[in-house]
Write a protein that binds this ligand. Structure first.
Ligand SMILES: C[S@@+](CC[C@H](N)C(=O)[O-])C[C@H]1O[C@@H](n2cnc3c(N)ncnc32)[C@H](O)[C@@H]1O
Length: 261
C-alpha cells in the first residue's frame, strides 16, 4: 500500500492538551527531517505527481506557493515547468535542504501553514498543499490563510490522505497474506491517529477529519470546489509499481481542486 501514513497502532491518547498535540505534530518533523530527505518518493514520482500536474494545469509564468514544501522536490519540478515558485515549510532543516538543492531557483521560507505570516495577500496564482493537511493542527486556519494569499481567480490544489484511510489505523483485514477488505471505523471521531509508519519505523501522529469537515472548511473560507479526484494509477504506473494495486480497492489519496472567486 503506497501510503505515507500507513496505518498501524491505535488512536493516540485523547488526554494530550492541544498545546502538546501541536508541539508533537511539529517536533516529529524536526526529528525525522533526515529520514524524510532520504525517503523514497515513488508514490509521488510514480503515481501522484501526474494527478497533481493534471489538476494544476499550465504553470508556466504562474506564481505558485507550495505550502508544506518539505525539501522542495515538487517545487523544483514546478520550477522546471516554468513556474515562479515559493516554498514554505515549518521544518527549518527541510527549508535549508530545499534552498541547498534549489540552484538559486525559487524562494524558500520557514513558516507556518496556519498563518502564512510574511506572505502577502493576493500574491499567488496557484497554491499547492501536497499531503500536508494531515500534519496540521488547525486545518481551518491554514485553509483561510491559503485563501488570503491567492489572487482572485487563483486556485488551490490540495492532495491529502483520504479521510476513509485516516479514520482507522491498520485498517486492512487480512486472511494470511491476503487483504480481504479495508475496515473503516471511528470515522466521525476526528482527531489524532498515532501509527507506526514505514518510512520512520516509529510511531507518528497524523490528524483525521471527515470529508464533510474538509469540504465545509473550504467552502466557509470562500473557495469554490471545482473538482474532486480519488487518484488511481495508470496501467503503465501499475506495471512499474505493482504494489499500487491497492488504490483500485480503496483510495489512499484525495485531491481537492479549489478556486478563489
Ligand atoms: C508529508 S510531508 C510533504 C512534503 C511535501 N509537500 C511533499 O509532498 O514532498 C509534510 C510536510 O508538512 C510540513 N509541515 C507540517 N506542519 C506544518 C505547518 N504547520 N506549516 C507548514 N508546514 C508544515 C512538514 O515539515 C513536512 O515537510
Amino acid at each position: 500500500m503506497p501510503s505515507d501514513h500507513q496505518a498501524e497502532g491505535l488512536p493516540s491518547s485523547e488526554s494530550s492538551s492541544d498545546h502538546e498535540l501541536e508541539k508533537q505534530l511539529r517536533d516529529q518533523w524536526i526529528e525525522n527531517t533526515g529520514t524524510w530527505i532520504q525517503k523514497d518518493q515513488a508514490v509521488r514520482t510514480g503515481f501522484l505527481d501526474a494527478w497533481m500536474l493534471g489538476a494544476l494545469g499550465d504553470v508556466e509564468g504562474r506564481r505558485v506557493l507550495d505550502i508544506g514544501c518539505g525539501e522542495g522536490r515538487f517545487c523544483r519540478l514546478l520550477a522546471g515547468l516554468g513556474a515562479e515558485i515559493t516554498g514554505i515549510d515549518l521544518t527549518e532543516g527541510l527549508v535549508e535542504r530545499a534552498r541547498a538543492l534549489s540552484e538559486g531557483v525559487g524562494t524558500y521560507l520557514a513558516g507556518n501553514a496556519h498563518d502564512l505570516a510574511g506572505v502577502d495577500d493576493e500574491s499567488f496564482d496557484l497554491a499547492v498543499s501536497y499531503i500536508v493537511m494531515v500534519d496540521l493542527f488547525n486545518y481551518q486556519e491554514a485553509i483561510r490563510s491559503a485563501f488570503r494569499v491567492l489572487k482572485p481567480g487563483g486556485r488551490f490544489i490540495v492532495c491529502n490522505i483520504h479521510p476513509m484511510r485516516m479514520a482507522k489505523v491498520n485498517g486492512w483485514i487480512r486472511q494470511g497474506n491476503r487483504k480481504l477488505f479495508y475496515a473503516v471505523d471511528d470515522y466521525t471521531l476526528e482527531g489524532p491517529r498515532r501509527e507506526e509508519i514505514s518510512w520512520t519505523g516509529k510511531a507518528f501522529t497524523s490528524m483525521h477529519r471527515t470529508l464533510s469537515s474538509y469540504i465545509t472548511a473550504f467552502l466557509e473560507s470562500g473557495f469554490v470546489l471545482e473538482g474532486l479526484q480519488e487518484p488511481t494509477p495508470s496501467a503503465a504506473q501499475l506495471a512499474e509499481h505493482p504494489t499500487f494495486d491497492d488504490e483500485y480497492r480503496v483510495p489512499n489519496f484525495i485531491i481537492y481542486e479549489l478556486r478563489k472567486p
